[in-house]
Design a protein around this ligand. Structure first.
Ligand SMILES: [Zn+2]
Ligand SMILES: [Zn+2]
Length: 341
């Protein structure tokens, strides 16, 4: 089959012929890729950001936002058949460790992560496990929903944690209206009752956020903090969800959070520094977020199937993979990009 593989960090992926994945364990499932979402984490992988943490074996097929059709099942698979349309929870979790038993797939002690630690979905086929599959409703196409497997679930987990705090009269500020942010706006509209401020450096993305349900768009500039404080009568934002995660957004968030407020960190790469005096004096809560669990992806797919959340995505041929990653790097992708074999 054709696949994009990473051979060396800091150099382009190669589009090449590789062997198709094979069933080796009873719970294995081979999925024919219908769509593979393109994610900033893929760029970070190429840059070697994850090299030490994950020890990804090279060459490696990247791609961790996958949906398609079941193509083959192991002897122990009971709930899925060849031809079923599915979206893949991004990790293969063991189902036996304490974290799995608590429903937290992302904390699995024996986790494999296709696209990060084992071969992923920039290919015609991918191998996963039965536990990772969610069957799609008949009217839902795999190539339409692939980015929900990571961008969507990650936005959903953060919003779901924040929603109980997003009571009437509160303000939630969403920083970054890209692939995750535009989904988060819709989810916050659906699950919370707060006023929603959308922050981005780009007018087009802010317009999209307003269309998706944000109450106000804040054009990010040197006065971002002042703008948010002005829009909250000087109090600051009760909730901030940061989909960017740079030194700058971390620092700004600490200056525009209301006393007792909660800062959800989703985007990553920067260093968050805050005087401990500010934390205790303002009773700030800071919460990290990593993708989401199986149930959260299931719930998100329920919302999608009912038309409660839309995905702004553009489809490209699988063979365009590297060009699309370069476009993402240059900020030329609006919403999300999907590779279709
Ligand atoms: Zn991702
Ligand atoms: Zn486990």
């Amino acid at each position: 089959m054709k696949a994009w593989r990473l051979h060396a960090y800091h150099s382009p992926l190669r589009f090449e012929d590789v062997p198709e994945p094979q069933i080796t364990e009873p719970t294995d499932v081979i999925v024919k890729i219908g769509g593979a979402g393109v994610c900033r984490t893929d760029l970070h992988l190429v840059e070697g950001v994850w090299a030490e943490t994950l020890g990804t074996p090279l060459p490696h097929i990247i791609g961790h936002e996958n949906a398609g059709w079941v193509a083959a099942v192991g002897s122990g698979v009971t709930e899925f058949r060849v031809g079923d349309p599915v979206i893949l929870h991004p990790v293969i979790s063991c189902g036996k460790c304490l974290s799995c038993r608590a429903g937290e797939d992302m904390h699995c002690e024996n986790m494999r992560f296709p696209g990060l630690t084992v071969d992923g979905g920039y290919a015609q086929f991918i191998k996963t496990g039965e536990r990772s599959l969610i069957r799609l409703e008949d009217h839902v196409r795999p190539d339409d929903v692939a980015p929900l497997a990571d961008a969507g679930i990650t936005a959903y987990r953060a919003v779901r944690k924040a929603a109980p705090l997003a009571t009437p009269g509160t303000t939630v500020t969403l920083i970054g209206m890209g692939g995750l942010g535009h989904i988060a706006v819709q989810l916050m509209r659906e699950l919370g009752s707060a006023d929603i401020l959308a922050v981005d450096t780009d007018r087009v993305r802010l317009d999209l956020a307003l269309e998706y349900g944000a109450d106000r768009g804040v054009l990010a500039n040197h006065r971002t903090v002042e703008q948010v404080r002005d829009l909250t009568k000087g109090r600051g934002s009760d909730i901030i969800i940061d989909f960017v995660g740079t030194d700058q957004t971390h620092a700004e968030a600490m200056r525009m959070l209301r006393k007792g407020g909660t800062y959800f960190v989703v985007g990553y790469g920067g260093v968050l520094k805050a005087p401990s005096l500010d934390l205790i004096n303002n009773e700030f809560n800071i919460i990290g977020n990593l993708v989401g669990n199986y149930t959260e992806l299931y719930e998100l797919m329920q919302l999608y199937a009912r038309g409660k959340v839309r995905l702004h995505a553009t489809k490209y041929e699988l063979s365009d993979g590297w060009r699309v990653l370069e476009m993402l790097d240059k900020g030329q992708i609006n919403g999300r990009a999907v590779l279709v074999p």
